[in-house]
Design a protein. Structure first.
Length: 230
């Protein structure tokens, strides 16, 4: 935990009707490009699931920083429905127990819970592949909504490359792409600072493109078959 007020901050969100509190679990800052990419990925994921929860469509949480009432836990039989799965008990519990109105979020710096990041590409890819085994079990609407952003990014970059072939008007798509990155960079700057990743802002355009390229390869290389045993 970031400090000795972690539990107090989390529990203070149990206002009327709230049964689940989800917080943020960043990774510690270390040297190297891999650490930047890991923290960028974690921050992007957090922006998604915290925003979805605030909009009344919660779909995941990080098990190291979440809280739920005993009553709600037993109403959905806890983790019984996914004992056999190696990863994702926190996300699948949210699928079973979360509603539009019973989830609150806490993004105060005192409520953060930090973790040690992976230090090799191999270990990080294996970790991401394990996490991706849970994604097919999300509700269909959440999978569709989560897919809109990366799909729009890929289409934007492809259309940009195609439009560049018109050399006479190359400056129009180039200008539009610049404006897009400027607006998104300014928006992300505020969000990343709130989520203890302000040092990544200057790297944002580079990390976003690399992240967009790397994630599909990791996702489609993931073995989603059920293991015979743990």
């Amino acid at each position: 935990p970031a400090g000795n007020k972690w539990l107090r901050n989390l529990i203070s969100n149990y206002t009327e009707g709230k049964e689940i509190i989800i917080g943020y679990g960043p990774y510690e800052t270390e040297k190297g490009f891999l650490n930047k990419l890991i923290r960028f990925d974690t921050t992007q994921i957090a922006i998604n699931y915290l925003s979805f929860a605030r909009a009344g469509r919660p779909y995941m949480a990080v098990g190291r920083n979440m809280s739920y009432t005993k009553k709600r836990f037993f109403e959905v039989d806890g983790f019984k429905n996914h004992y056999h799965i190696q990863s994702g008990d926190d996300d699948l519990f949210m699928r079973d127990a979360a509603t539009k109105k019973n989830v609150a979020i806490d993004i105060s710096p005192e409520s953060f819970v930090f973790s040690h990041p992976k230090r090799s590409w191999r270990d990080w890819v294996k970790q991401k592949q394990r996490h991706f085994t849970t994604a097919p079990r999300y509700r269909l609407i959440n999978k569709l909504l989560l897919g809109i952003f990366p799909a729009s990014m890929i289409l934007m970059l492809l259309s940009f490359l195609i439009l560049l072939f018109n050399f006479k008007w190359w400056w129009i798509p180039a200008g539009l792409l610049f404006v897009r990155y400027l607006i998104y960079w300014l928006t992300a700057r505020s969000l990343f600072k709130k989520l203890a990743a302000g040092d990544l802002v200057i790297w944002f355009p580079v990390l976003e493109i690399i992240h967009l390229i790397v994630m599909p390869f990791i996702y489609y290389s993931t073995d989603r078959r059920e293991p015979d045993k743990w």
